[in-house]
Design a protein. Structure first.
Lengths: 101, 239, 554
């Protein structure tokens, strides 16, 4: 496939979006939402990451092999974290998962 | 199994139906059939390498998740000894450097030779600013005896040992990140030379593209480090 | 008859044709080569050197274990012997051997490409391997490491007085060699297949190496960061595994085994790829269930990442997690079993020839089956409580790694040797070696299953009297095995100069690599092939036509 050329305007828009999201992430962190703080922070971080990956790294316009490669990296990281936490979340006497202990 | 044709410059296996004139671009390497195959291969190869980097940093993120789950309060307390303003500024700096990096590649795509160099330099400068701020932070930790090891002073913390683990992770994660940035800056500096000489244009700018991918990846890591390390206890800020 | 790439010439003239071996002479032409075939030869030499070193350590271990008392070396020394044996064999032989030697040589040719996607990175991977080896050798010369190849904390981070960091650095560097190889294979297989070479026309050797490369790329970085953390803790006291700070040594184990279990699939997947080629060629039949075998390769690579906790059943993870890992470990056995069934089904009603490569292939099927089945035994949580850290485990993994991987490696070397060197080797001697390897191997390791079952622990320098008989059998077997390994080293080397020159396709096999001269020209093909049929497309007439002349390897 021929190479896609994005416009400078699109790059600047992405930058602005990222900057705004960074401000939002800090602002939300100043408010105590209990366990929701983590969720929001990660959701924002993932959104920012997607913007960088899709637009700055041109994955939006890349071959299927590239897209699969990018996805698999993060998917494998998720496997490593979740399957390990499967141990830590269940440490303790009970067989049932107990979060945070 | 295979019959042989006299002419091999017809269809390519992965490019069904596409026929290219036999240009032999000076940057075309012999194992590739044409520039498009070379470009796609290089990009794919760089992404495969970035996947290894994801898993490399990933081990540290795993350690972070494990210990934060186990020592949540100690981590919150320790995180409050980091300055979120500096972290915030650094995040913006790095995002800005990703913008300039993307624009450097754009400049190549539209054949603006000098703009490539200016954008590379801008990226380097922003990267240097980032590292400068990190140096300020590290010095601060050093003077306050928050570097793990024999000189660690945990008196500020309810659970000093667990706080020491937080700071171990902080230094290893941001240190490894900074190391990657130094390499990135080195690569960018090196690339200014062929860029200035006009080696990169719309037909060929693969080294820029690959270095750009690397640089954006370093930005990605920081996007996650900032909230995880700096903003943990922000709602309890009392520094 | 199909047109062949090479004109039918007399074998004598064949080797004088320009090929990758005589294209250029001199050390520099080898050390600065970009040719994947020459790089494969460089790796062949390096892995053979490390294999010999690892075997030497094994010999010393087995000598000590001839008698129940520890009477040959000090216990500290014994710890270093088995550690260095493990580190060298795992990282410097088993992981690189088939991919970096046979894979490097054959992947481009089998898919119809002129070289790998990144020839310079390929060369760099060999230099990186060598550099990692030098660091490790330096550590060995200075006394080695005594932590076991598994580097468990806190012994490795806080208490061991040996060159942990130096060895760790060697392994860390070596990991990049693995990553670069995998990266190269993935991109090459995706982007550089010849016209008409669709995914499902690829030889299973390629599918296996693709699956292996996925594991290399996704797993190796994790052991890299783990090693870095051990070094950081040891040198800088950045203690995240230190129990004195509340750190968890089991976290080290999670990180370590997240790579080190998939690593065993890096070792066995290429071997299974070789197996498919050998069985198809020497049974003169299509592989039974080609697509299933291809998917099974990918399944093994993926599922292999989900089972690492079965190495940690007794070290402190939660019972719940242990149970989950036990169940998942049963799952990963399924695609492996599928492959064994399919290979066996391929043999059924095939036209079997008893050439040396086939002897190794048949040996693999039996030995890998035993290794795999005992693997499912110890994946069973309740059984492993008793068998963990005994010789049962040692026997299990040697059956799969030596009875599996090394047999396949040797089989592959014997199969493709005429392609690589243009020479033939003595048939009687090679068959004898295969027999010695098979007999020696079983004599070495089968008694170890019994020893483990009876309770003899591993990594112990002395043992109770009642275990001596089996230990003596094991050491005797090791000697026979050693002879079996030395013989090919001798006759392969001999053949480079004095071996009978081979025709292009001495086995009458089907595959793109057999359509080019033996040895191949630097650019692999005079003209890039266009592929119109699937792999292993054996028909009786074609098989007869392809067996040019009666020059057989014997």
């Amino acid at each position: 496939m021929a190479e896609h050329v994005s416009s400078t305007k699109s790059y600047i828009m992405v930058f602005l979006a990222l900057a705004v999201l960074t401000v939002v992430t800090w602002a939300v962190a100043l408010v105590d939402l209990g366990w929701a703080n983590d969720i929001v922070a990660m959701a924002i971080a993932v959104t920012k990451a997607l913007l960088v990956i899709l637009f700055f790294m041109h994955v939006r316009y890349s071959t299927r092999a590239t897209v699969l490669t990018a996805i698999s990296g993060f998917f494998w990281l998720a496997i490593m974290i979740f399957l390990t936490m499967n141990d830590y979340w269940t440490r303790g006497s009970s067989l049932l998962p107990v979060l945070g202990k | 199994m295979a019959s042989l044709t006299a002419d091999s410059h017809g269809a390519h296996g992965a490019h069904a139906g596409v026929v290219h004139a036999h240009e032999h671009h000076p940057a075309l390497q012999h194992q590739f059939d044409d520039m498009e195959q070379q470009r796609e291969s290089s990009t794919l190869g760089m992404w495969v390498f970035l996947v290894t980097e994801v898993m490399f940093f990933g081990g540290l993120f795993l350690a972070y998740v494990v210990y934060r789950t186990s020592f949540h309060d100690a981590f919150v307390q320790a995180s409050n000894h980091l300055d979120p303003l500096l972290g915030f500024i650094n995040t913006l700096v790095l995002i800005g450097s990703s913008l300039t990096m993307a624009l450097a590649i754009w400049a190549a795509q539209v054949n603006k030779r000098k703009l490539i160099v200016w954008m590379l330099i801008a990226t380097i400068v922003l990267g240097a600013v980032f590292l400068g701020i990190k140096a300020v932070e590290y010095t601060d930790k050093f003077t306050h005896h928050l570097v793990p090891g024999a000189n660690f002073d945990g008196s500020d913390f309810t659970e000093p040992r667990h706080a020491e683990i937080f700071f171990s992770l902080y230094f290893i994660m941001t240190g490894l990140h900074a190391f990657h940035m130094v390499i990135g800056i080195g690569l960018l500096a090196y690339l200014t030379i062929p860029s200035w000489k006009g080696r990169y244009d719309a037909t060929y700018h693969t080294p820029l593209e690959c270095t750009g991918l690397y640089w954006h990846f370093v930005d990605l890591v920081w996007i996650f480090l900032f909230p995880l390390l700096y903003l943990l206890g922000a709602h309890l800020q009392h520094h | 008859m199909d047109a062949t790439v090479s004109p039918t010439v007399h074998p004598e003239a064949a080797v004088a044709r320009p090929n990758y071996l005589n294209a250029e002479y001199g050390l520099k032409s080898w050390l600065l080569t970009r040719d994947h075939k020459r790089i494969a030869i460089l790796y062949l030499i390096s892995v053979t050197v490390f294999f010999a070193l690892g075997a030497l350590f094994a010999l010393l271990v087995r000598l000590e274990l001839l008698t129940p008392q520890g009477d040959m070396v000090q216990p500290d020394t014994y710890n270093r012997l088995f550690t260095m044996h493990g580190i060298i064999m795992v990282f410097f032989f088993l992981i690189p051997a088939i991919p970096a030697v046979l894979g490097n040589f054959l992947v481009p040719i089998m898919i119809g490409a002129k070289d790998l996607a990144f020839p310079k990175i390929n060369l760099a991977s060999w230099y990186i391997y060598t550099l990692g080896g030098i660091f490790t050798l330096w550590a060995i010369v200075n006394g080695g490491v005594d932590t076991g190849w598994t580097f468990y904390t806190p012994f490795s981070t806080n208490y061991s007085n040996t060159h942990v960091v130096m060895t760790a650095v060697g392994v860390f560097i070596n990991g990049f060699s693995s990553i670069f190889t995998g990266l190269n294979f993935i991109v090459t297989i995706h982007r550089m297949r010849a016209p008409g070479m669709t995914w499902f026309r690829l030889p299973l050797f390629i599918w296996s190496h693709y699956a292996t490369s996925l594991v290399m790329v996704l797993g190796t970085p994790v052991i890299a960061i783990t090693i870095l953390l051990v070094a950081a803790e040891r040198l800088l006291h950045l203690g995240i595994f230190d129990p004195r700070l509340g750190g968890d040594p089991v976290l080290f184990q999670h990180l370590f085994w997240f790579y080190s279990h998939p690593a065993v699939y890096i070792m066995i997947l290429p071997a299974m790829g070789v197996q498919s080629e050998l069985v198809a060629a020497f049974a003169r039949k299509r592989i039974f269930g080609y697509r299933i075998v291809a998917f099974a390769s990918i399944a093994i690579a993926v599922l292999g990442f989900l089972v690492w906790g079965h190495h940690m059943f007794v070290t402190g993870q939660s019972i719940y997690a242990a149970t989950v890992f036990s169940v998942l470990s049963m799952l990963v056995a399924i695609p492996s079993a599928v492959k064994v069934f399919n290979l066996t089904a391929t043999l059924y009603e095939g036209s079997i020839s008893w050439d040396t490569p086939m002897l190794y292939a048949l040996g693999f099927i039996g030995l890998f089956t035993i290794g795999g089945l005992t693997g499912t035994m110890i994946a069973t949580l309740g059984i492993d409580i008793h068998l963990h850290d005994t010789y049962f485990i040692v026997a299990h993994f040697h059956y799969v790694m030596v009875g599996g991987t090394i047999m396949a490696y040797l089989g592959g070397l014997h199969y493709w040797w005429p392609k690589i060197s243009g020479r033939l080797y003595p048939g009687f001697l090679s068959r004898l070696s295969a027999l010695l390897v098979f007999v020696g191997f079983n004599l070495t390791f089968f008694p170890q299953f019994i020893l483990g079952y009876l309770g003899m622990p591993r990594r112990y320098w002395s043992y109770p009297e009642e275990f001596q008989v089996f230990n003596v059998l094991s050491t005797a077997g090791a000697t026979v095995l050693g002879v079996g390994y030395i013989l090919p080293l001798c006759y392969f080397t001999w053949s480079m100069r004095y071996g009978k020159k081979s025709v292009d396709n001495p086995w009458g096999a089907i595959g793109l690599e057999w359509d080019t001269p033996s040895p191949p020209p630097t650019e692999n093909f005079y003209t890039i092939p266009v592929v119109t049929r699937g792999p292993y497309d054996y028909s009786p007439e074609e098989v007869h036509a392809r067996r040019t002349e009666e020059v057989r390897v014997g």
